[in-house]
Design a protein. Structure first.
Length: 321
């Protein structure tokens, strides 16, 4: 007899759960139980986007920024009031974000085909827009190492048309890079993914996880060796719980215990450090990216298609951003 938990389905109109525990949260393995706050429900805290992406939480200001790529804007949600406003428009089709060790916003730009830093005075510095004399494709997601190195993925999604950027020919193979903002040196660290997308460090920064949303749609893991990667292997290949249909991780973050919380279809999939999917947060929209935030960093924010969702969990993010 199968012991796989039943997977809830949603009618056309989504409504927040009014009973606890929220049926949208599913434990697929007993290991997930310790992270599931049974008195927390999934909340939709903003909507009206065309494709929501790139969430990043600013604890010093108690607000969250995220991208609405086709609408060419970055939005801001204030935790104290729930107010939503436009942080930057035009955003040059911004996608993924993080913060550097000085708290500045680091962003990926489809329109500029570059990685940028927002300075304290609000001005924008282009950190990298080319490699080997050729333009980047469309930087997608980004993380920062404690040594200051900026690691980012460069798939071709943003130059495929005029919806999330500007249509253009690819000048270089899709790859993952490391940029040193002090020296300006850029290293190509991996170019064997079809469409490298989301990425995140393990809590101790000794491993880097890279999601490939091309083929074969898996998550790879590497040992971080200074400015390079080694010992790469497949960490997980995802499927939709209950159906077995293939899924793929998009943006993702590690929690303090090393579990990966990955935006995917049908929402967020939680992957143990050993590679098994142990939990799921079912959303009515495809989740593109996640980040941890809140006063105690135990609130998971999820950008999903047209909306921003949040849920409290019984763990914290492995990193500040």
């Amino acid at each position: 007899m199968s012991t796989t938990p039943s997977v809830p389905t949603f009618a056309a109109g989504w409504q927040q759960a009014t009973r606890y525990p929220d049926p949208a949260i599913v434990a697929l393995d007993p290991r997930f139980e310790k992270y599931w706050l049974k008195l927390s429900c999934v909340e939709r805290i903003a909507t009206g986007c065309r494709w929501a992406e790139g969430p990043v939480y600013f604890g010093d200001g108690r607000y969250l920024l995220w991208s609405d790529i086709p609408n060419n804007r970055i939005l801001k949600w204030e935790e104290e009031t729930g107010a939503v406003s436009v942080y930057r428009k035009p955003s040059n089709f911004a996608n993924g974000h993080t913060r550097d060790r000085q708290g500045r916003l680091i962003g990926c730009s489809h329109g500029g085909r570059c990685v940028t830093r927002t300075e304290y005075d609000g001005s924008i510095t282009v950190l990298i827009d080319s490699f080997g004399g050729k333009r980047l494709n469309s930087p997608n997601d980004v993380v920062v190492h404690p040594d200051g190195g900026i690691w980012f993925t460069d798939p071709s999604y943003g130059i495929r048309g005029n919806y999330e950027g500007f249509r253009a020919d690819s000048e270089t193979k899709e790859a993952v890079y490391r940029a040193d903002p002090k020296s300006g040196q850029v290293e190509k660290v991996f170019d064997q993914a079809d469409q490298p997308n989301g990425l995140c460090f393990s809590p101790d920064y000794k491993r880097l996880y890279i999601a490939d949303t091309g083929m074969p749609r898996d998550i790879k893991v590497f040992d971080v060796d200074g400015k390079s990667l080694r010992n790469g292997k497949r960490h997980a290949q995802l499927s939709i719980p209950g159906s077995g249909a293939p899924s793929a991780a998009d943006g993702m973050r590690c929690d303090a215990d090393g579990n990966i919380w990955a935006g995917a279809r049908p929402g967020v999939l939680v992957i143990a450090p050993t590679g098994e999917t142990i939990g799921m947060i079912r959303l009515p929209e495809t989740c593109a990216n996640v980040c941890f935030g809140g006063a105690r960093r135990n609130r998971l924010f999820m950008t999903a298609s047209q909306s921003l969702y949040a849920v409290y969990v019984d763990t914290t993010g492995g990193h500040i951003a």
